[in-house]
Structure formats: C-alpha cells, structure tokens
Design a protein around this ligand. Structure first.
Ligand code: PMP
Length: 358
C-alpha cells in the first residue's frame, strides 16, 4: 500500500482556514472570513490565562472540574453530561466517533458547517447532506425522511453556518418526534448567543426533555476565545461516557480551562459585546438590503449574501475594498460582523457589490 494513504481520504478536503485580508483601495484590511469576535479578550480573562501560564510544566486536569461545575450550574444539567474539547469542532468529531461505526450514516443540512462532511468521512462514516430549503433554512421534514436504519447521528446547526437561519421550536419538536430514539440529534449552537429569535429553540431545554439530544457550545464566538480552542457537549450520560473514551488525552489545556471559567464569571460583560454585535448585524443587514443585495436575515454574527453564479465577482469587489469574506463558489458569500469600522467598509462596498451582481 502507498505510504500516506488511507482508503477514503481522497474524498476528504483539508479544512480551509478563512482568508487573511489584503489592504483595499481605501487602505483598510478587515478579516471577516471566520466569524471571529472582533473584540480582544477581557482584561480579567487575559489575567487568568497569564496566571495559568505559571503552571505550564504540569498536565491539565482532564476532568476540567471548575469549568464543568460552572457549566453544570449555569444550565442546570448534570456534570456527568458535560464533556470539553479543543473547540466544539473537536467535540463534534468525538460525537461521531462515540456513536457511529464505520459505514453508519450521519445526516446534516447542506450547506452548513463545512467540517461536518469531512469529520464524518474521517470517521469512516457516510455523510448524508440534505439541501437547505428555499429560504436557506434547515428542511427538517426532509432531514427526518433521510434518516435510515444506518443513521446514528444528525447535526442540526442552529443558527446555521453560513446562512444565519434558525429553526423554530415547533419544527424541532416535530423533527424529534419523527426521529427514532436510537439516533443522536446534535444541536450545534456555536452562534446561540447571537440568536435573538424568541421562536427558536434553546438546545439545552431539548436536551432535558429528550433522551437522544446533545448540544454543542463553543467559547470561540460570543466569548471571543477562538485562539484558545474550547468547546463542549452537553450529552446524554452514556454518550458523554463514550466521548471521554474517544477523546485524545489532555486535549483541553489549563489555559483554555482558566479562560473558560473567567469568561463565565464575566458573562454579563461579554453579553454587552454580543449585544453590540447584534445591533451591528441589524445595521449592516438593513444597509445591504437597502443597497439591493440579496442578503438573508441572520441570527448569527455573520450575514449570507446569496450571490449564486456571481459569487466570484462579488468576492473580487469585497477584496478590492480590503474585505476578506468566505466565498462558496456558485452559492454565495458569508461575511462576519466585525468592528464598526469593518462594517462601515462593507457598507461602503455595497453599491459596487450590487453592480457586480447586476
Ligand atoms: N460549529 C459551527 C456551526 C461553526 O461554525 C464552528 C466554527 N466555525 C464550530 C462549530 C467550531 O468552532 P470551534 O471549534 O472554534 O469551537
């Protein structure tokens, strides 16, 4: 057998990081390609990380006891159901490895988080992508129909990356009623803090009511800790036990754990930043709609411009304005909400964007 070859890997694209920006005509350069929080860490979080750095010669506590207790308290869930990983993308991978055997199927909406199909294939499983509906949202009835005897897991990304759409509580209830109890439904809530739709479900409430629901949370977005890699699942106890088995030992650093506890202690302060980002999202959305761009309503910290066959042209215009966004060829462009200056630059580019689409 050829060196460096594993059967099936030829189908897996390497994950592509969001592009870095080049200065545009106006001189500005804004990275809006990875849905990062534009704010630097809070001073209290920074201090906690620096303090934790004094013990870098020591392995981290794999049970993350303080952080686990805080999350358990915050959501009123058992500590035994909480499992941390190096970012929620790692926990998503672990969830697949914990519940699905090679050849089993994993259902998800498409387009959604790019990592899903790759993680599924790396686990030797079969990705079952179900097209989004015409409004860019999850087609939950079609996803329920896509579940077969081989399905072990379904990802529901709420809000959805990259379209920013949300599912309703009623639609999720119907979906869960239709899905067999042996299928784990993972509600990926990476952007939940930005979701201000009262009709959209809180994943943790569903975890409490259904024995086959898990929730994925991250510290990368609302908490602004993307660089430290910290995420977690709240999962049924038997799934959580298996997550601990498939996890690579010591995957979550002490620095990340301390930053996580300091962030939870500063939630109110962080929420103020989230509120600003939500207000900015509304402002940018209104301006882009006003300029005639096909932009979807979003409940996340990014917007989706449905540029279709004109995506490359639109991306070119954004680059000329110093804006690095995430383009999906032939489909559209996802652009993160950044600092007011970055958002202003996007709004200034809007008329040129419309011309590129005409
Ligand atoms: N889920 C979704 C829907 C995402 O968009 C992302 C990040 N882009 C993640 C999970 C993973 O985030 P992290 O690994 O940084 O927690």
């Amino acid at each position: 057998m050829a060196l460096g070859h594993r059967t099936g890997l030829e189908l897996v694209p390497a994950y592509k990081q969001g592009k870095a920006p080049e200065p545009g005509a106006g001189g500005g350069a804004f990275k809006l390609s990875s849905n990062e929080n534009p704010y630097p860490p809070l001073p209290s979080v920074h201090r906690a990380v620096v303090e934790a750095a004094a013990d870098l010669n020591i392995y981290p506590d794999m049970a993350a006891p303080e952080l686990t207790a805080l999350v358990a308290d915050r959501f009123d869930v058992p500590a035994s159901s909480i499992v941390f990983g190096a970012g929620s993308v790692e926990v998503a991978s672990q969830l697949i490895h914990a519940v699905a055997s090679p050849g089993d199927e994993v259902v998800f909406a498409w387009r959604s988080f790019e990592a899903y199909p790759a993680l599924v294939r790396v686990a030797g499983c079969v990705p079952v992508p179900v097209p989004l509906d015409d409004a860019g949202g999850h087609d939950l009835p079609a996803m329920a129909r896509a579940v077969t005897g081989r399905t072990r897991l379904v990802f529901v990304c709420n809000p959805n990356n990259p379209t920013g759409t949300v599912t309703t509580t009623a639609a999720l209830e119907e979906f869960l009623a239709a899905v067999p109890a042996g299928v784990l439904v993972v509600i990926d809530e990476a952007y939940v803090h930005f979701n201000d739709d009262p009709d959209s479900p809180a994943g943790v409430e569903f975890f409490k009511r259904y024995p086959n629901v898990a929730v994925l949370h991250t510290f990368s977005k609302a908490y602004g800790l993307a660089g430290l890699r910290l995420g977690y699942a709240i999962a049924p106890a038997e799934v959580a036990a298996n997550l601990r088995k498939v996890a690579v030992p010591f995957g979550v650093t002490a620095l990340a754990q301390r930053a996580g506890t300091a962030s939870l202690a500063a939630e109110a302060e962080l929420q103020e930043r989230v509120d600003v980002l939500i207000r900015e999202r509304r402002r940018v959305h209104a301006a882009l709609v006003e300029a005639g761009l096909p932009v979807l309503p979003s409940r996340a910290n990014f917007l989706w411009i449905a540029a279709g066959g004109r995506t490359a042209e639109l991306n070119q215009v954004l680059e000329e304005h110093g804006l690095a966004a995430r383009a999906f060829d032939g489909e559209g462009i996802r652009v993160s909400i950044g600092t007011p200056a970055a958002n202003d630059a996007l709004i200034r580019a809007a008329a040129a964007c419309r011309n590129a689409l005409a």
